[in-house]
Design a protein around this ligand. Structure first.
Ligand code: NAD
Length: 441
């Protein structure tokens, strides 16, 4: 095989840092059979990644063989927990590229901030691993597109996006009621997310990088800057280089449900957007604390309301969804759902059955089980990349509208660009900091 064919077959140099030498073809993971132990590795250990790892390890036949974090204290503490709770002895890494060379790893969990998701997913696919990558699947439109294409290219690999509501009973039940026409024609989906943390932290000065932290590796492809703890662990979400603010942090989960109700797997054609900072004091944040977004669809509409700095909302729920049909409205969050029937004045009876349910199971655990099942069966997981992309673009597009001051943006899916808006088009693709480069698929 000549070099060009080799590259085409393996995709090995497409990520731009000489991966051909990092991942020789022989490093591809073994095929997992139903009786095999599944060896998993975690990249990004502090919070959600570790929760997801624990869900994996709570299943029989799953072994943690490697963990990686750029922060020594996070890595050592989480590794000690794995040893104590599960009696596994993972190898520890600070550089995920070295972890991906470990041959016995079947699947990696990516629990890093969003700006790393695309690169690490692509490298993991190139190294022959299955991937569970947290939501939003990536921090920009171009990175979402690349991940979808890379997953298509490595079509034998399983890629699950961490939109776990796809696996929870509550939302599956809501979808069943909607699709079985129990609430009549679905006309409107109202979604809200009000969370205190969305205003960001109190402003503090930059400071030296804490010892044991490889901050350059935390920044990765994002622009270089000095260290500030309000843009680091947990609170990075409020800065465009790493995340999309409260709007996207919760929005991908919630919009995903609005899209699922009508089985929509494409980005919005049009958004009408108000995005601003209306909180009473300045905080360490670039993203918006207040957003109202209208997504007009063919025969219904989705409305999304975001208010950071508060925790109250409709039905006394800080976040939730209302699916409004002709015959009834379903109100739901992750723990409960209620059906409120309309009253039929002529027949003198309700137009639908009342129904309410409170969730017992954690949907994260169910989503992980689905991933493990798919690793064994090689079936398509509950939230494949194209589903993750549709949800992520429903938030990236309004954020871009608000950032560029456009109250109306229209998206040209065939050409992967905005219509008539150069400033918005400039925000589709991130500029990666050397030596990292955007994978090409
Ligand atoms: N599905 C959900 O319900 C849910 C909930 C919370 C967070 N999340 C998602 O999980 C991801 C992580 O969020 P979090 O709250 O755990 O963030 P976090 O900041 O608490 O943890 C991220 C960890 O990744 C590490 N990290 C950063 N760059 C790294 C690199 N190059 N290599 C190895 N480790 C690296 C950090 O040191 C840190 O330990 C985000 O994408 C977030 O949106 C999902």
């Amino acid at each position: 095989m000549n070099r060009r064919n080799f590259i085409r077959k393996t995709g090995a140099t497409t990520a731009g840092i000489g991966l051909a030498s990092v991942f020789p073809a022989t490093s591809l993971a073994k095929r997992v059979t139903p009786s095999d132990t599944i060896n998993v590795a975690l990249i990004g250990c502090r919070n959600m990644g570790f929760g997801i790892l624990q869900h994996h390890l709570s299943n029989p036949g799953v072994n943690c063989v490697a963990m990686c974090d750029i922060d020594n204290s996070v890595l050592n503490e989480r590794a000690a927990e794995v040893r104590n709770k599960f009696s596994h002895s993972p190898k520890l890494y600070k550089d995920f590229r070295q972890l991906l060379e470990q041959k016995d790893i079947d699947a990696v969990i990516i629990g890093t901030p969003d700006h790393w998701h695309c690169l690490i997913t692509v490298y993991a696919l190139q190294a022959g691993k299955d991937v569970y990558v947290e939501k939003p699947m990536a921090n920009t439109i171009a990175e979402c597109n690349i991940m979808v294409k890379a997953a298509e290219y490595y079509s034998k690999r399983i890629v699950q996006i961490g939109q776990q509501q796809r696996s929870g009973f509550i939302f599956r039940k809501a979808m069943e009621l909607i699709k079985e026409d129990k609430i009549g024609k679905l006309r409107k989906v109202n979604i809200w997310a009000n969370f205190e943390y969305g205003v960001g932290q109190k402003i503090v000065p930059d400071e030296p990088v804490p010892s044991g932290v490889d901050f350059d590796m935390w920044l990765g492809p994002a622009p270089s800057r000095s260290f500030n703890r309000t843009r680091f662990h947990g609170s990075w979400r409020m800065f465009w280089d790493y995340g999309g603010g409260l709007a996207s942090d919760w929005g991908v989960h919630l919009l995903d449900m609005g899209l699922w109700a009508k089985d929509i797997s494409t980005p919005p054609e049009k958004v009408l957007v108000y995005g601003a900072n209306t909180y009473h004091e300045p905080r360490s944040r670039e993203t918006f604390d207040t957003m109202s977004v209208i997504y007009p669809k063919d025969d219904f509409v989705i409305n999304y309301e975001v208010t950071a700095g508060i925790q109250k909302g409709p039905y006394d729920m800080s976040y939730g969804l209302e699916f409004i049909g002709d015959n009834a409205t379903i109100v739901t969050d992750r723990t409960k759902m209620m059906v409120y029937p309309e009253w039929d004045n002529q027949a003198k009876k309700p137009r639908a059955d009342e129904f309410s349910y409170t969730e017992g199971k954690d949907s994260h655990g169910e989503h992980v089980k689905n991933f493990l099942d798919c690793i064994r069966s090689r079936n398509k997981p509950a939230c494949p990349p194209e589903t993750g992309r549709a949800a992520a673009l429903h938030l990236h597009i309004p954020n871009i509208a608000a950032r560029t001051g456009a109250h109306l943006l229209t998206w040209d899916e065939a050409n992967n660009r905005f219509n008539d808006n150069t400033e918005a088009n400039d925000l589709i693709t991130p500029v990666y900091r050397q030596p990292w480069s955007l994978p090409k698929y």
